[in-house]
Design a protein around this ligand. Structure first.
Ligand SMILES: NC(=O)C1=CN([C@@H]2O[C@H](COP(=O)(O)OP(=O)(O)OC[C@H]3O[C@@H](n4cnc5c(N)ncnc54)[C@H](OP(=O)(O)O)[C@@H]3O)[C@@H](O)[C@H]2O)C=CC1
Ligand SMILES: CC(C)(CO)C(=O)C(=O)O
Length: 329
């Protein structure tokens, strides 16, 4: 199949390399150092799904019209990345592999004539350097309704379809509550969950996300072991008891340190997706009259790190969270 991948970073690089290995005709879009690396030495994948160097076509924008396309940029780049590829994406099935709640709406807005489906990656991919990606933890991809896209992905990696993408998106948003604390501190997900000062923060983030979803009437689709019952537990249980949830999430990631995709952006000197993750929890909470001070404190902390390039010490972050909680009481 002719496949287009918009944004050959960690997730896009993984999808492109695995589909190339399976014999598909893959074209990726990339820019700067990533484009130069892929054009020169190919796209290199290693880790949980084996090693492969994909000699894929690479350009700043698509040069031909694919039969199916994947959008794999960070959420803040989605609209502009789609717009510059509009000529080759009109009418083409588009799979938006993105965290947060907005990717699919963005695709519908920018490309109203293209059938768009969401997808949620539950593996951990690290863009170790331009054109080189390592899978640090295997996991499935949950795909919104499209049997065609699910079959294509399932031929190269674990993938499953869901008919309740909104419920799955919210469950994934809850899972992504593990991203912010590493981005604020520079530590891995496993380290933040192991730290007695940071684990209550991660738990508080999860709790606020679960409460917001429930208040919006979301039925959380079960993914990666987190079910609607689990989300209700996260929302209602005392903080000490709910700490089992981040522990389970971290355990699923295995022993290879997982930075999470948000910290990876900071390590490359880029802005993050934090407004689309913890920022989404703050916004969704406000819509239903709830407060989300832990998420607000993390959004502020990560924006500070974006500006100053200085990670916060765990105790310092815990103090910021406490201050935000008492200010909003
Ligand atoms: N990494 C992971 O383990 C997981 C990530 N996700 C989600 O998947 C999505 C993608 O994340 P991830 O792969 O980590 O992100 P990356 O930052 O690694 O990759 C995104 C890539 O898109 C490129 N890009 C952005 N705009 C354009 C454009 N206009 N044209 C061409 N390329 C562009 C970026 O280039 P540049 O560097 O030049 O900006 C970058 O290489 C996010 O929503 C993330 O939350 C979900 C599950 C796991
Ligand atoms: C599931 C997880 C946490 C994997 O790293 C992810 O979605 C991310 O890093 O954005």
């Amino acid at each position: 199949m002719r496949v287009g991948v918009i944004g050959a970073g960690a997730v896009g690089g993984t999808i492109a390399a695995l589909l190339d290995r399976a014999g598909h005709e893959v074209e990726v879009t990339a820019r700067g150092a990533t484009l130069a690396a892929i054009a020169g030495a190919g796209l290199h994948l290693d880790g949980a799904w084996g090693e492969h160097t994909a000699r894929v076509c690479a350009a700043e924008t698509l040069t031909r019209t694919p039969e199916i396309a994947f959008l794999t940029t960070k959420a803040q780049d989605a609209a502009s990345a789609l717009a510059v590829n509009r000529d080759h994406l009109e009418g083409v099935p588009l799979i938006v592999v993105q965290n947060g709640l907005e990717g699919l709406d963005t695709a519908h807005r920018v490309l109203p004539g293209s059938p768009a489906f969401g997808a949620l990656a539950l593996y951990a991919a690290q863009n170790v350097e331009p054109g080189r990606v390592t899978i640090t933890a295997a996991g499935t991809t949950v795909v919104d309704r499209s049997r065609e896209a699910t079959a294509l992905l399932a031929s190269v990696m674990p993938a499953q379809v869901t008919d309740d993408f909104r419920g799955a998106q919210w469950t994934k948003l809850v899972i992504n509550m593990v991203n912010g604390t590493p981005a604020a501190t520079g530590l891995s997900v496993q380290q933040t969950v192991a730290d007695a000062r940071l684990r209550p923060i991660v738990t508080g983030l999860i709790r606020e996300a679960a409460r917001a979803g429930l208040a919006h009437g979301v039925h959380f689709d079960t993914i990666q072991g987190l079910s609607h019952t689990g989300a209700r537990f996260a929302a209602a249980a005392p903080l000490w008891a709910a700490q089992v949830l981040p522990r389970l999430m971290a355990r699923r990631m295995g022993s290879v340190p997982n930075l999470g995709s948000t910290l990876q952006s900071l390590k490359r000197g880029q802005l993050t997706e934090i407004d689309f993750l913890n920022g989404a929890v703050v916004a969704q909470s406000a819509e239903v009259g709830l407060r989300a001070p832990v998420n607000q404190a993390i959004v502020d902390a990560v924006h500070e790190v974006e500006r100053t390039r200085r990670f916060l010490e765990p105790g310092e972050l815990a103090e910021r969270v406490r201050a935000e909680q008492s200010a909003r009481r």
